[in-house]
Design a protein around this ligand. Sequence first.
Ligand code: FNR
Length: 378
Amino acid sequence: MIISASTDYRAAAKRRIPPFLFHYADGGAYAEYTLQHNVSDLSGIALRQRVLRDMSSLDLSTRVFGESLAMPVALGPVGLCGMYARRGEVQAARAADKHGIPFTMSTVSVCPIEEVAPAISRPMWFQLYVLKDRGFMKSVLERAQAAGVSTLVFTVDMPVPGARYRDAHAGMSGPYAKWRRYWQAMTHPCWSWDVGLWGRPHDLGNVSHYLGKPTGLEDYIGWLGANFDPSISWKDLEWIRDFWKGPMVIKGILDPDDARDAVRFGADGIIVSNHGGRQLDGVLSSVRALPPIADAVKGQLALFADSGVRTGLDVVRMLALGADMVLLGRAFLFALGVGGEAGVSNLLSLIEKEMRVAMTLTGARTIADITADSLVRA
Ligand code: FNR
């Protein structure tokens, strides 16, 4: 039974989806130190309870880049959603649409942009990686623009991939990976029927469109692995800044100096993120990185945060520390794996309810009322 946003979907996903996919989502880089601290540091932030303040009416709405959002939450970019539910990107995007918040499509999605954008009523956001193949980057940006994508999220914390040991242990990579995945699929018949069979093609829709041939999971790992670009610098982003007409958000900032550089570069927003602890293990948790970054650049661009957000209370904590909006990763991916569109929709309802309770008991009637005063000072 799903009651809690933070734990129940993860537990249910562990039962329903094959281990190689569960651990691909659940795991982080190296010893997973940062992954754990994202969650424990965030949940350790004490909210300041206030009472007897007539909290009968609350307003969770906000505006981001001129778009009105029902709450300051977005579905962040997560690759391979279409392996977790049948045509998973479409289902997740529909749930976000229903709840009046943005869906951010990952470069490495199963469904292509052209399948998802027409399925929803509000403009989609699109995430792009820095890749050696600049031809691919240009072509996918053109397609995003043609499909009416409003906001570009540019992920910069992956010049090289962080090693995720769990992937090799669980069969996502490593020896006999293909055979291990077949076996896991056979022993998870609900997933095999719903996603394995009826969720095809299991392409990387955006990539296969460009490469002109079908791509599968092996190709995904191979193509992406060969395409990370450690030579990237701010200068390489200039042509994208000139090319992209809408807001551009830089994802993967953890340091105030990099945040200041993003302002100088002319970014419209940044996402304070350590990629959910999937890149450099040992870096600061996002919630610890956020306050000095807010001190450095708050008000000069839109300030977003992710990594470790599991509940509506976590959303309120991030907002209180300076974020204008918060992105979900694993939290929605597990809900997608368990219940598809309905699962993500239920998760978003739970998050909204939790936010309402947190706002009521911290005395915040609007999103603007959620400030450092909503927290107990250390
Ligand atoms: C990600 N993330 C990610 N980020 C990105 O910019 N492009 C991508 O394709 C992906 N893919 C991806 C797959 C999976 C399975 C996960 C779990 C994460 C990172 C994601 O956008 C976000 O930064 C983290 O998920 C936030 O951490 P939490 O909330 O999941 O702990």
